[in-house]
Structures are given as C-alpha cells and as structure tokens.
Design a protein. Structure first.
Lengths: 340, 304, 352
C-alpha cells in the first residue's frame, strides 16, 4: 500500500468544488470551501488536517449527514455511480449509504447503539440493502465478525457494545461497514481514540480487508504517521480549503505547501539513531483562524514564514510536480530551502 | 531545517485575541439581552416588575386603607370608585390586593431565602465531604423529600402555630430538599473535573475550594431553581392561608382573602376572583421569568 | 550528553534503580500499590481493581521520567498518587527525603509547593468561572507567597514566561485557545516554583502543530529552572523526545525502565517492543518493518493473568511465564526489565 501508484485511473468517487456552509451566531462559517478530489478504485486517499480544517465535514457532506438546519451544502457535486449524490432524495441516498458507501466514526463508544445487540446492529444493513432473511443475515453477520478477527463470533453476536473493549467495538464498526461490500469506505479518525497497539491491529485489519474486497478508502486523520503507512494519495486541508494534494511518497519527500511541511516537522520522530540531545520541534506559530473571520487571500499566510505581499491574493491550485498540486505562491522557495 | 525565516516570526501564543467586547459580554448583560429576546421572559419580567412596584409603592397607589372597614358599602361590585369592588366588611378590594402584593413578595423572598440558604449549605457540605457526612446529609434530604411540601408545612405550622411568619418558615423548610439536591448534583459533577484536582494539588484548603471554586458554579442553576421556587412558595403560602393556617384576618394576604371570599362566592364572586387572579398572575410571572433565566444561563454556558 | 546541565547528584547516578542511597533523588517511589474497590452497596462481591502494583522508581532533580502505557496501565493513577490526590494502598513515596505517603491534607500543604500538576484536558482543567489571572495566581495566594499588586506583577511575569500576553490576564479561560489554556495551566504550575511537575498527558488533547510549541515550552522551562518532570503519556514519540529516562507500564506494573536511548534503540521487554513497533512512522518509504501485532485484548485489571501479566498476549510466551511473575532485573547497565526471556539469556534481540 505504501508508495505504489495505482494504475487504475478510474475514479469511483469524484468530489467537485464542494462548498459547505454553517450558519452560526457569529456569522456564516464556510467549513468546506471549493474542495475537489477524486477517489480511485481500491486506493486509499488520506485527508489530513487539524481542528477546523473541514475534513470531517467533507465526509459528512458526501453522505448527506450534515445537521439539517444549521448546515447546508451550498455548491458542488459528488459524482458516484454516474449520479450526483447531492441531488438525491432521502430514500435514494439511503440506498447508497451502507451498501455502496459506508462510514465509520471516531469514537467507538458512541457510534454503537448501547441498547441493541451487536448482531442486531450488524444485520440491520444487510437486511435493509440485500433483503436477506434473518437466518441468512445472521450467518453473514457471523462471517463478518470472523473476518474482522473477533474470537467466537457466534457467541459475540448476542452481546452488547458495553461488554466489548474499544478495539473490539471498532472492529464491529468495520464489520458493519463492510457487511454489504461497499465500493467506498469513509473512515473518520477510526483509530484516534484507541491505544496505539490496538491502532496497529485495526489499521492492519483495514489494509487486509481492502485487499480482499477491493474497497476504496477515504481515511480522515490528523496523524501523519498513519497517512504514511496507509495511504496512496493525500489531501491536506487547512481552514476549509484543500491546500495540497499528491501521492504520499512524493508529498512526504517534497511538500509544496508550508503548512504541510509544518505538519511534517512538528511531530517528534522516534529514530533509532540519535542526534545530539533534544532539538527544538518546529512550531507553527499562531492559531487556526476562526472560520467566520478569515483573512483575505491565503488563509495560512498569517502563520507562514514565507509570506509575502502577494499572499493577500488567494493562491490558485497549481501543479508543482507531476501529480502534486498546492495552493501557494512561494512553493519554489520551499524547494530551494530544502535542497540547500 | 532553516531557522532564518525572511519574515519576523510571530511567537505562537502572542497572537492577539479578538477584543473582549466582541466575545462574551458580562453575565448580567447577557441575561438582559437574552430575556429581551425571549417573549416569555419579557412577560414574566414585566409581571414581576409590576408586583415589585406595587409592593413598594403600595401606600402611594392604593386608594384606600386596606384595613378600613366601611370604605365603601359592603359587597359592592366593581365600580369606578372601587375598581375591584368591596368585600363583606366594606373594605376596598383593590387596595387589599395591592397591599397583598407586599405580603406575597415577603413570602417569596423569605421562604426562598430559608430554603436556598439551608439547601445550599447542605448540598455543598454534603457533596464535598463525602463519607458519612455526605450520607447523613443527603439521606436526610431524601427523607424530607419523601414528604410532600404541604404535609411538612402543615406539620410545621401545627407545631409553631398559625401565622403568616410561621407559614413562610414552614414553606421554606419544606423546599430545602430541592435546593440541596440541585447543589449536590452540581458539586458531584464539578468534583470530577480536573480543575478541582488542580486546586487540591495546589494546596487549596476546604473552605477555599468550596467558596472560590464550587460556589460560582453552583449559583447559576440555583438562580433558576429559586426563581421557580418563588412562585411555588407563593402558591404554598396562599394554600396555607386558605386553610387558615397562614395569614390571619384582617391581613390582606391573597390566600386568606380567597378563604374569606368563599362564603360569598355566589353573591359576590369578585371577592375571590381578584385575589385569585393576582395569585395566578404572580405565579405565572415568576415561572416565565424562571424559564427564561434557565435558558439564558444554562445552555449558553455550555456553548463556547 | 543529553544537552542539559547536570545537577547536583548527577544525572548519571540516577539511571540505576538502586537501593543504594541516592540522597539527591527528588522523588522516590517504592512498591506503590493502589487498589480500588469496585461496586458499592451492601454486596461487595466484585474483586478490587489493582490499578497499580509494586511500582518503584526515582526521579532526580532536573530530569524527566517518561511514564508510558496504554489504557489500564495505571499511569494516571501513579500521577495522582505522586501528587497525593490519592493515597497508596501500600508502598512509600518520599519527596526530597520526606515520607509523604500517609500525610493528611494539612501536613501535605507546604509540600504542595514542591510538586505541581498539569492535566490533560485544557478545557476542564481551568475553572471556567475564574479569570486567568486568578487561576494562575491562586497557588501563590494559597501559599501566602504574594498579594495585591505584587501578585499581579508576578502573574504577569508568569504569563510572559509561558509566552502569553499579560494584557490577557483578566480574560476567562474559554476566551483562550486550547494551546493557550495549556500554557495557562503550566503557568499556574510554575507559580510556586516547584521542583517537580507531574504532567498527565499535557499535549494529547492539542493539535499537532500546537503540541510542538507546548513541548518546546516544557523543555525550555526545564532547562531554565531545573525542573523535574514526571511525564505521563501514551504517545511514544513525544515521550522519547522529552524524557531522559522512560518507564513502560502494563496493567499496573512497570515492565521496563531504562535510559531513553537504550529503551528506544533496544527494548528488552516484549511489550515495549510491541509498543514501539506499533507507532506509525511518518515515512512512506520506510520498509514495512516487521510489526509485532499483539494478539488478544487487554485483560481486565480486576482479573489480571497469573504469572507474568503480559503472558496472554506475548509472542514469546513459554511455560514459566504463566506460572511465575518475573522480577525486575538489570539486563544491561541502566536498563531494567521484568521478563523471563531476558533473564534466561543475556543476548539482546539484535537491534541496532
């Protein structure tokens, strides 16, 4: 999964110029601003960003899961299976959800219904989409539990979420999501709430299942390590905009946007060989601007070491290298610095 | 990794905060502005204001002395001279209702003060102490809770003797559990938060933690309970007076007026109607105000 | 060697867990144990949860001991024991030579100047109803160290030393960002000039880009003031960056404790190995190293496995592990681990 560029150029999901707005007391907040990307068959696309980046909202917008009154998709299309998901009505969308596009969420404690058994929740999707009778549905549920490596699946079917550990609950979520063999899996911070050893198990599992089922995955995360290990391509989001995209290897080697570089350098790295003492971690000064009071032009400029007058004008998304694009006027200076 | 950036580096934390005025204004202004936007709050506040004004300005606005028998002829219906009519002793009803507002306010304030003061202490000490102190205090509260207010009030008055003051005390005692419970709940929640641990770890003593840390968090929900509690107290006291256990004649307390008007209801319904309306209106006013306060104080706190 | 000035007593001598008297040791924990009774009410049928068992470690002045573990490891409980928010069920804690294990609140108070805490959640670790100035200055008031104008001056100084504008003193916590609130918490901890700060996951709730600045702040404060830290975290990378020595916890026990470099370069305990291999590396070119995926789930702390607590998930488990609990032995100078595998052979696992 790492480094290999998928030759299949067929996009299975195409988001074009998506714009999602929230109305808040402090004004209009554009949580997702003119974001476009493609997801190709059987690939893993990572969406990376910190709080306020809009990465989760993007996922919710795709599946029509935004809160009804305060949020709305103001513009854009989401092409899937020859149709624009944003134009579908409720029942059409319900047909898509679970069967074609599935989603798993961050907190396994609250994503499962505490009063229903695991089995009941697992079979819900297959019964709805494939109209299986109860026995067949249960058999499928047991099979899925076994696939996600839950021991004694036939017995676990009857248990309740609170009787399982966090890692097991997340496996159940994955089983639920994949029970109808969807084409796309959207995973929103699936391992953030888990211990690191459990995270390793879950990520391993997701890779294995991806190979088996050929599912395309949108992996939303803030952890660059997870991005490096799991994804083929990456999108970096900041304050609602996509600021860089590219394939994982080249993006890590040569980031073209100062924010991406900042993210990469901010994390301490465990290295087997040690430098002298403790070096200072690279900080990104300042804070993410509130979405209701964005600076004119490049949103990252107030915090950017490379900023110049020109940055008052919103940079366009330019191709900086084959397959790699970034919204920055000054990328060439980053290249110069890193090779220096 | 280059440290020499061409532009002056803005240290991380020194990014200026937006001007304070643009953010949360002080709690009083917040409440004020919210109440104004909430129709229930406006109505409630108006009613309460009228009540207060009526009580304060009673000597000025009441046309007659409320105790003066024979201010008009007995049992006259509402007329320009006596807008609320007269009662069986010829006393002007309007003046009695106006003066009655003083007693109503007194009842509300005193009874609630007793309940609030005691309940707050019980809840704070019980919630904070833990152990057997907590158990005794909170189980005691539960016991008190299991008796209905009226029963407790009746018992208290039976022991202390019928008078308005005793009725107020009785009603006050009966309501203690509500305040104690609310306080206790808040204390338990706040105790589990890290800032509580931080205070303990810094070496704060018991008194400091209770009064500097817990109290400010306990007060907002209590304000809400108190404003609703005033109406409950008024109603309870009126009930007691109606039963003859509270205000004694010739006091112009509304509940007592209801009681004495009962015999004349078919002939002179206004004797009961106006005090009854006054009670209902006051209770409504405090309830609306309390509801609006609750909305103003609670969810807004959570929304950061 | 680690870029910090050695302090009296020497950092070197503190890398051994020895019972040889190290009078310069700032904090000594010996055989700490903490049990919680689960289940209230008349029927105490549920067995007590042993959150911490037989934990011993030292912290020297000016050094950082990293405490790493996952859920159920007991690391937060240890932090609370050290600051005496909890009382140990057994064992001793010595602070600057004094036994503080059983002290009551009053006796503890003056000692609270020596140890301070920074908590994980920047949102609930500051009382929302008090101003930042009040919060940061409170420890000074409690310990009668400053008042009135002097207090405000001191608080302003503290603000500056953590990189905040003193003009923002009178604002409320919710007006600050997460990273700024953590700085407030640090300023509060610093106010009484403690010698040891117990930091319980201080950066875990912050965005990555903010984490870097807070970590840098903690490191520079340590260098400037000679502070010692007990740095509790589940994040191996951060722990590796900031600690001098690291202790790894599993299910309430320390399974390995060593100098930072040694632990990360050649871990001796299988759990440490697994932990390290589980951390995702931010380098897509890195060869997919042989990741050790632990089988099974974490056992419940109220029913710990027999013998070595880790044996149910250990890839190298053999018979002795199920029966006998391994003792903590010095595998290499400065590196201690509790594992039968290491005791039977002295060869390390061949890591660079």
């Amino acid at each position: 999964m790492t480094g290999a560029t998928r030759s299949s150029a067929r996009p299975v999901l195409a988001v074009e110029r998506l714009r999602t707005e929230f109305s808040t007391k402090a004004g209009l907040a554009v949580a997702v601003d003119d974001v476009s990307f493609e997801l190709r068959e059987a690939e893993t696309l990572a969406i990376v960003g910190e709080s306020g980046s809009g990465k989760s909202v993007t996922a919710l917008s795709i599946l029509g899961l935004l809160p009804p009154v305060t949020a709305r998709v103001a513009a854009g299309t989401v092409r899937f299976g020859g149709r624009d998901l944003l134009s579908l009505d409720r029942s059409q969308l319900q047909d898509v959800r679970g069967a074609q596009i599935a989603m798993i969420f961050q907190d396994p404690m609250t994503s499962l219904n505490p009063v229903l058994t695991i089995g009941r929740q697992l079979t819900e999707a297959v019964v709805r989409h494939e109209h299986l009778d109860p026995r067949a549905a249960t058999a499928r549920a047991v099979e899925m539990l076994a696939r996600v490596q839950i021991p004694e699946p036939a017995w676990q079917i009857g248990r309740y979420p609170h009787q399982l550990s966090g890692g097991m609950r997340q496996r159940v979520m994955i089983a639920m999501a994949l029970s109808c063999r969807p084409k796309v899996l959207i995973a929103d911070e699936p391992t953030t709430a888990l211990d690191v050893t459990v995270q390793a198990q879950i990520l391993d599992l997701m890779s294995t299942l991806q190979e088996e089922f050929g599912t395309a995955i949108i992996l939303i995360t803030h952890d660059m390590g997870v991005v490096a290990e799991m994804s083929d391509r990456v999108i970096v989001m900041y304050a609602g905009r996509k600021v860089e995209e590219g394939d994982t290897v080249t993006l890590f080697d040569n980031p073209c946007h100062p924010y991406t570089r900042g993210l990469l350098k901010a994390r301490p790295r465990i290295t087997a060989t040690f430098g002298p003492g403790r070096s200072r971690l690279q900080e990104i000064p300042g804070v993410v601007p509130p979405l209701t009071r964005l600076p004119p032009g490049c949103r990252f400029a107030p915090r950017c070491a490379l900023r110049v007058e020109h940055c008052r004008e919103q940079p366009s998304l330019d191709e900086k290298a084959p397959g790699q694009r970034a919204e920055c006027w000054e990328s060439h200076r980053m290249q110069a610095e890193s090779t220096a | 990794m280059s440290e020499s950036f061409p532009v002056e580096e803005l240290p991380a934390a020194l990014a200026p905060l937006p001007p304070a005025a643009a953010l949360r204004p002080g709690p009083v202004r917040r409440i004020g502005s919210f109440l104004l936007r909430n129709p229930g709050g406006v109505i409630g506040a108006t009613i309460v204001l009228c009540l207060v004004l009526s009580a304060v300005l009673a000597p000025i606005i009441a046309p007659y002395d409320p105790l003066h028998m024979g201010a008009g002829r007995r049992l006259t219906p509402p007329s320009p001279a006596h807008p609320f009519g007269t009662d069986e002793f010829g006393r002007d009803l309007l003046s009695r209702v106006i003066y009655g507002s003083r007693l109503t306010l007194q009842i509300g304030l005193i009874a609630v003060s007793i309940s609030l003061g005691t309940g707050l202490l019980v809840g704070l000490v019980g919630g904070y102490s833990g152990g057997w102190v907590e158990r005794i205090l909170m189980r005691g509260t539960d016991v008190l809770f299991s008796f209905t207010d009226t029963l407790i009030a009746l018992a208290a008055v039976a022991v202390l003797g019928p008078s308005l003051t005793n009725a107020m005390i009785a009603v006050g005692i009966a309501a203690i559990p509500y305040y104690a419970r609310v306080t206790y709940g808040v204390v338990l929640v706040e105790k589990s938060k890290p800032y509580f641990d931080a205070a303990v770890a810094a070496g704060a003593g018991h008194l400091r933690i209770i009064f500097v840390h817990l109290l400010p968090n306990v007060i907002p929900p209590l304000i809400v309970v108190a404003s609703l509690g005033v109406s409950a107290a008024v109603l309870a006291a009126a009930g007691l007076s109606f039963l003859g256990l509270g205000a004694q004649p010739p006091s112009p307390e509304w509940g007592a007026m209801l009681a004495s008007g009962r015999d004349y209801f078919t002939r002179a319904s206004w004797i009961m109607t106006f005090p009854g309306l006054a009670i209902a209106l006051s209770v409504l006013g405090f309830n609306l105000l309390g509801d609006a306060l609750r909305e103003a104080l609670d969810p807004r706190q959570r929304r950061r | 060697m680690l870029g910090i000035a050695p302090h009296a007593g020497g950092v070197h001598s503190l890398t051994t867990l020895a019972s040889m008297a190290v009078p310069a040791s700032l904090l000594e924990a010996r055989n700490l144990q903490k049990s919680f009774t689960s289940g209230t009410g008349l029927f105490r049928s549920a067995p007590p949860v042993q959150a911490v068992v037989g934990v011993s470690f030292d912290i020297g002045p000016g050094e950082t001991l990293g405490l790493v573990g996952e859920s159920g490891s007991g690391k937060s409980t240890i932090g609370r024991l050290i600051t005496r928010l909890l009382t140990p069920t057994a064992g001793t804690i010595r602070l600057e030579g004094r036994d503080i294990t059983g002290l009551n609140a009053r006796a503890m108070r003056p000692l609270r100047r020596v140890v301070q805490t920074v908590f994980q959640d920047p949102f609930s670790s500051l009382n929302p109803r008090l101003t930042a100035a009040h919060l940061v200055g409170e420890p000074l008031v409690i310990h009668n160290m400053a008042r009135g104008k002097d207090l405000r001056t001191r608080v302003a100084g503290l603000f500056e030393s953590v990189g905040l504008h003193p003009e923002q003193m009178d604002r409320y916590p919710h007006e600050f960002s997460g990273g700024q609130r953590q700085r407030l918490a640090i300023a509060r901890a610093l106010s009484v000039q403690p010698r040891l700060i117990v930091a319980d996951e201080p950066v875990s709730a912050l965005d990555v880009s903010i984490q870097a600045s807070v970590i840098n702040l903690l490191v520079s404060l340590q260098e400037r003031h000679g502070l010692a830290y007990l740095f509790i975290s589940h994040d191996m990378a951060v722990v590796e960056h900031i600690s001098h020595r690291v202790a790894v916890l599993y299910l309430g026990k320390i399974v390995e404790i060593a100098d930072r470099k040694m632990l990360f370069a050649s871990p001796q305990h299988p759990y440490t190995e697994a932990l390290l291999s589980a951390v995702p590396i931010a380098d897509p070119r890195a060869p997919r190293r042989e990741r050790i995926v632990l089988k099974g789930d974490l056992p419940s702390p109220s029913k710990p496995p027999s013998g070595c607590r880790f044996h149910t998930r250990c890839p190298y488990v053999f018979e002795r592990c199920r029966v006998e609990e391994p003792a903590m032995r010095e595998i290499k100078p400065g590196q201690w681990a509790a594992c039968h595998l290491r005791l039977s052979s002295s060869t390390s696992k061949g890591k660079p």
